[in-house]
Ligand binder design. Structure first.
Ligand SMILES: Cc1cc2nc3c(=O)[nH]c(=O)nc-3n(C[C@H](O)[C@H](O)[C@H](O)COP(=O)(O)O)c2cc1C
Length: 350
């Protein structure tokens, strides 16, 4: 049904316009607590077997929504009600900023992919904090993803992240330092270990007891993936989220600037996960994201060592019932394989 709506209607409109409309519709839903609660009862994961605890946080299911969809934490409750086991909001920057000029979001339906160069458009950390303080009506696990304000010089990047961390960590179940978006000039250079160490150390201190993760790019060289894993473990971080979008255009026809997500990212994302698991799987929680389309992909990531799995582009092509379909199929698959919990699967074939 959604596929027909997508090809016949949604795909004819500007991708970002559809996104804003979707956010608006979800916000409206959020204003109707009775409906949100009912949706939550129908669609949120409730099987005992799907529950998973990672870095001390209890997740109702391992599959969550990746950062970038709900940048300003406007519709956390409805997203949780549709079945996402966690919602990662952001990227949020210390200061509000408009992002790059439009158009900046492009669908590549034949590749089941998207290219975006949004550039961290968001209303800033204070506004997000205000929204996150509001009661939600349904239970939701919320990750907060923070990034650098574009106009802040790189020499002041640490303070900029720390400002966001202080405001937002107390309101988050986990905090993520995003140093991997291709759309903020110079941002990915912060992944170099000598620059990353002081940044992560300062944000970790500002985050207090909130678990801290770092989100990395798929374009890092393998040795750099290893180095970041070593650093994260050394600093006592909770985990790593891998991966963000890629600047590679392998396998797609478009040459639009920005980050590529969806199916073409699948293989590299899985490869990075396997590497991280070998290097630091015993010390860090691994969150896998990139090209996840269905339960087979989620299953594969769990086997490869991910405790949590996320998706974004799949939601664009599969529609709002996507997370609940995955949850149901995952519970069935666990049963079929004789498992009673996600934990029994994590890392089994790594
Ligand atoms: C339109 C769009 C905006 C995104 N914005 C962010 C962002 O603000 N911060 C971030 O860490 N990742 C962002 N991402 C990356 C996703 O969180 C995810 O890492 C990436 O898309 C790979 O997952 P997917 O293939 O399931 O989409 C964005 C992705 C898309 C498609």
């Amino acid at each position: 049904m959604y596929r027909i709506v997508f090809t016949q209607v949604l795909s004819r409109f500007d991708a970002e316009a559809v996104h804003h409309l979707t956010i608006r519709a979800l916000r409206l839903l959020g204003l109707l607590p009775f409906v949100t609660r009912r949706l939550h009862r129908l669609l949120a994961p409730r099987e005992e077997s799907l529950r998973v605890t990672a870095f001390g946080v209890h997740f109702p299911g391992p599959f969550g929504l990746a950062a970038g969809f709900d940048k300003d934490a406007r519709c956390v409750a409805p997203l949780a009600a549709f079945g996402f086991g966690h919602v990662e909001v952001g990227t949020i920057t210390a200061h509000a900023q408009p992002g790059n000029p439009r158009p900046r979001l492009f669908r590549l339906p034949e590749s089941r992919a998207v290219i975006n160069r949004m550039g961290f458009n968001n209303a800033g950390a204070a506004e997000a904090a205000r929204r996150l303080r509001r009661p939600r009506g349904v239970p939701a696990v919320v990750g907060v993803n923070i990034g650098k304000t574009k106009v802040v010089p790189e020499s002041e990047a640490v303070d900029d992240y720390v400002t966001s961390a202080r405001l937002l960590a107390p309101l988050a179940d986990y905090l993520v330092v995003n140093v991997s978006s291709p759309n903020t000039p110079g941002l990915r250079d912060l992944q170099a270990v000598d620059r990353l160490r002081p940044l992560l150390a300062a944000v970790k201190e500002a985050a207090g007891r909130t678990p801290l993760l770092v989100k990395i790019a798929p374009d890092l060289a393998d040795e750099d993936v290893d180095a970041v894993a070593e650093l994260a473990a050394d600093l006592g971080l909770a985990g790593i989220i891998a991966t963000n979008t890629t600047i590679s255009r392998e396998g797609v026809a478009s040459t639009e600037a920005g980050g590529l997500s969806g199916r073409p990212l699948k293989a590299r994302s899985l490869e990075v996960l396997r590497r991280l698991h070998r290097k630091a799987g015993d010390r860090l929680t691994l969150v896998s994201v990139g090209g996840v389309e269905d339960v087979d992909d989620v299953w594969e990531r769990l086997l490869a060592g991910a405790t949590l799995v996320q998706g974004y582009t799949g939601l664009i092509y599969e529609g709002p019932l996507w997370p609940s379909r995955i949850n149901r199929a995952l519970a069935r698959r666990l049963r079929r394989h004789g498992h009673t919990s996600i934990r029994e699967v994590v890392g089994r074939t790594a």
